[in-house]
Ligand binder design. Sequence first.
Ligand code: CU
Length: 275
Amino acid sequence: MSPTRRSTRRSLARRRVPRAAVLALLLASATACANDVPKPNWGSGLLPDHVTEQGDRIVNLWNGAWIAALAMGAVVIVLIIWAVIFHRKRRAKAELPPQVRYNLPIEIFYTVVPLVMVSVFFFFTARDGNYLQEISGKPDVKVKVEAFQWSWRFTSTVNGKTLPQVVGQPVSDYHFGPQLVLPVGKKVEFELESPDVIHSFWVPAFLFKRDVIPGLAPNNKGRFFEITTLNKPGVYAGRCAELCGVDHSRMLFSVKLVPQAEYDQYVASQSGSAQ
Ligand SMILES: [Cu+2]
């Protein structure tokens, strides 16, 4: 323990500050700055509210996996309790219980059942993973996302028109980071690119994140993903989810979902300076 920590402990003890109060204060100060942590929603299995059609699928997969795991856990716990209560060693009998081996039906049973369970998990995971990576090729908006140390550059293309780039710099509050404006109820294709190190594009409200890896070939599928936005206008926090250097934690941005009319206005206001 360092001398400062020792003296802090001593002074706390001298002043008889209850430990619980110190802990509460620490917790309060630790959560006060995290204004972009989305609120968990019980209906979505404690995931935050989502703003994409793809999010519906993710919530279903998440909830389904939990229900299956909890059901299996309940069966196992009941079996353990049953074995403990009804098959415990009786005091009167000191000898070993009958030793069972080479029980073919039981061996087949405990091999097949886990295989079936893993296969079911695999089926739904693969099905939804493929769905989440689908790209229609006909997006309403295309966004090129460049992640760099330590912010983001967004370039939107709408109806063949490329809007001026939105470039950010490291910030401590996502409201002050670069803002990507998107219309509600539309297909948006993202293309990810990094000139330096691996970053990760994460908008918690998309319930999705994707690593931004430098040096991928232009047609590499790992660069692309597509979402369909739901009719949920609002400003949503985004961040880098891959430790990428000293200002990684300040690589914040926001996504603003607006109704179509407002988006058209935005595009018109931007196109004056478009290339
Ligand atoms: Cu980063």
